[in-house]
Design a protein around this ligand. Structure first.
Ligand code: FMN
Length: 238
């Protein structure tokens, strides 16, 4: 299954058909998630696929399935979660489904390790668009230097469409940075910018495979260039 094309066409939706997906589709999704190489081997992530009866939150879309992600304490657990489960998101689009990441969803059963959820199912209506219709910042605003994978990163989804990422392309390496806060009143309450950066790193990994470029991520590159003001270093793709 090629998960590269949906990067350029996917659109989050809030409208799903009520009926659950076939058991084989869920099994296919589980098998795919197990096959993804994690961003960082030492981050322990788990997930559960549950129905709407097991989740709570304000203004949740009515979806037949929710993917609920948890992870043990680790400085980069949100980034690793965004990376792994954005692969799942793209797989779902490649298989005729649609999704919406949800910062507002929580499991009804308390889980201190809970990080983020995602609604998914068959879309009731349009969940695709032309690349030109993505509302995103231009490349010049989010990057310095040229790299064929930057367009895929630019199109990544993010909470409040904040696109809190910045890249410096440097002789085949991509140094990755992210804003800690989106700023403003609502932005100050949003604590998932590092997860957004992981989502965009997934797009870079998928684009790397498409371009035949190796993808190796290190969070400890000592000589990474200084980021623009307001951004912090996440890691380097080499
Ligand atoms: C980490 C994250 C959290 C999000 N949380 C919510 C949410 O709580 N409610 C919602 O309606 N959309 C949420 N979204 C969806 C974004 O608003 C959406 O991805 C963004 O506007 C870009 O649109 P697109 O996904 O169609 O490209 C979230 C997206 C991400 C990546």
């Amino acid at each position: 299954m090629d998960i590269y094309p949906p990067i350029f066409t996917r659109a989050s939706t809030r409208k799903y058909e009520a009926h659950p997906l076939q058991a084989e589709a869920i099994e296919g999704l589980e098998a795919f998630i197990s096959s993804v190489k994690p961003l960082l081997p030492d981050v322990l992530l788990t997930h559960r696929i549950v129905s709407g009866n097991e989740v709570k939150g304000i203004a949740l879309p009515k979806a037949p399935h929710f993917l609920m992600v948890s992870g043990r304490e680790h400085p980069l657990r949100k980034t690793a979660a965004g990376f792994l489960y954005q692969h799942a998101e793209l797989w779902l689009y490649a298989n005729g489904c649609a999704t919406r990441w949800l910062g507002v969803v929580k499991p009804k059963q308390d889980d201190p390790d809970f990080i983020i959820g995602m609604a998914f199912g068959k879309p009731a209506g349009q969940a695709e668009r032309k690349t030109a219709d993505f509302k995103r910042k231009p490349l010049e605003e989010i990057s310095k230097g040229a790299d064929p994978r930057l367009e895929a990163a630019r199109l990544a989804p993010s909470g409040m469409n904040g696109q809190p990422w910045y890249y410096i392309a440097d002789h085949g390496a991509l140094h990755t940075y992210c804003k800690k806060s989106l700023g403003g009143l609502a932005g100050g309450l949003y604590h998932l910018t590092e997860l957004d950066a992981g989502i965009a790193l997934c797009h870079i990994a998928v684009a790397s495979e498409h371009e035949g470029i190796p993808f190796n991520f290190s969070a400890e590159k000592k000589d990474a260039p200084e980021p623009p003001q307001g951004f912090t270093y996440i890691g380097t793709v080499e």
